[in-house]
Design a protein around this ligand. Structure first.
Ligand code: FAD
Length: 358
């Protein structure tokens, strides 16, 4: 399986939407590459999203480069439709994906990077890390969190509302995950309480993910021209998809500021008030999954890598795509990752061709 006999130009780690988008542009530039992905099937993080998850942008605003997202049943594509789109996309362009291959470490050997995997070593002129964030759910360390005896679950592992029937459920986090899961669980639970640090920003009903990408493009172009951009809605603003609108009509979207600590069967607030609970669902985001970069000594204390655009400032053979804001606004979304995948492939083409001519 491993290719150490042959020096590869590029190894892409991660075959989710970001990895496939970078692959598309490398195929066009006729730069030889492989994609290593640890999962048995295509789909990236979407394989683990909950059953009713809906994108917050319509199909026409959820396409990878080269092939428009096919017409979908509802206005917003479902998780299933995204998985089949990514599966078809990989076949359509015959991306050279090797799976399941888990990348364990990357080391710098001067003229190449050595990619150590559970199937042997690969040597590459350049590496693109597209490993996403799903593997690193973020749960805030509240006092008493280990004393809580009820169900605790991060949105990364939430599948449906069945375990919460007739339960008293706390849902923590004011982004799209929190809103969509609250909308679903509140239909079957005995009681739901939505905890957010500040009042969530609900986008107007007629505004959805499209506007986020339009302002992202303005922001992207402003930054390219060295201008600052006006304050813009961020991807954490809640898009009013049908299920969230329905929850609003039931008066469910009320929020409470965070508790101060957890106890065996509930939570306590600073004013001494208490709430008995059976379950907590943490919709508190993710950290980038970068354990495989440890030996390159490029991961900063904040868990990110210092980049110029998408290229590591410390390791010239390393690029990172799809991790959200710090690798490009909107880069953790299907349509948003395109421009960063393209710029990464263009930089790599120059880099490997220069290497050739030296
Ligand atoms: P991933 O999809 O996580 O793919 C990374 C791949 O790398 C995975 O297959 C993983 O197994 C693999 N991998 C990781 N580590 C290794 C390793 N060491 N070795 C080998 N393989 C490895 N996006 C949109 O575009 N539109 C939306 O409307 C939208 N709505 C969302 C709503 C919610 C509630 C959530 C939670 C997310 C939403 N997203 C949306 C974001 C989207 O789901 C993710 O950001 C996207 O899946 C990230 O793609 P990726 O390719 O960067 O990473």
């Amino acid at each position: 399986m491993s290719d150490t006999s042959r020096r590869l130009k590029v190894v892409i780690i991660g075959g989710g939407q970001a990895g496939l988008a970078v692959g598309y542009f490398l195929l066009r530039a006729k730069i030889e590459f492989i994609i290593l992905d640890e999962q048995n099937n295509p789909g990236g993080a979407w394989l683990h999203a909950w059953e009713s998850l809906q994108l917050f942008s319509p199909a026409s605003y959820s396409s990878l480069p080269g092939w428009l997202f096919p017409q979908t049943k509802d206005k917003y594509p479902s998780r299933e439709e995204v998985i089949s789109y990514l599966t078809e996309y990989e076949k359509r362009y015959a991306h050279p994906v090797q799976r399941p291959v888990k990348v364990k470490d990357i080391s710098d050997h001067g003229e190449y990077l050595s990619v150590t995997t559970d199937q042997g070593e690969f040597h590459a002129d350049a590496v693109v890390s597209c490993t996403g964030t799903w593997k690193h759910p973020n749960v805030p360390d509240y006092p008493g969190i280990s004393d809580f005896k009820g169900i605790q679950l991060h949105s990364a592992n939430y599948t449906n509302a069945n375990p919460f029937v007739e339960k008293r459920v706390l849902i923590v986090g004011g982004g799209n995950s929190g809103a969509q899961i609250l909308a679903e669980v509140s239909k079957v639970a005995h009681e739901t309480t939505w905890i957010t640090e500040k009042e969530p920003i609900f986008l107007p009903d007629e505004v959805d993910g499209r506007v986020l990408f339009d302002v992202a493009t303005k922001r992207y172009n402003a930054a390219k021209e060295g201008k600052t951009s006006e304050i813009i809605p961020n991807l954490g603003d809640v898009v009013m998809i049908d299920s969230v609108k329905e929850a609003r009509s039931r008066g469910v979207l009320k929020t409470v500021r965070p508790f101060s600590q957890l106890i065996a069967h509930g939570a306590i607030w600073t004013d001494g008030s208490e709430k008995n609970l059976d379950a907590i669902i943490w919709c508190t985001g993710f950290q980038p999954s970068l354990d495989h970069l440890k030996s390159l000594d490029v991961v900063e204390k904040n868990g990110r890598v210092e980049v110029s655009g998408t290229r590591s400032t410390k390791q010239p053979r390393l690029w990172l795509v799809g991790y959200g804001e710090w690798t490009g606004f909107g880069s953790a979304t299907l349509i948003g990752c395109q421009r960063y995948a393209r710029s990464t492939a263009t930089e790599i083409e120059k880099f490997v061709n220069n290497e050739m001519s030296e």
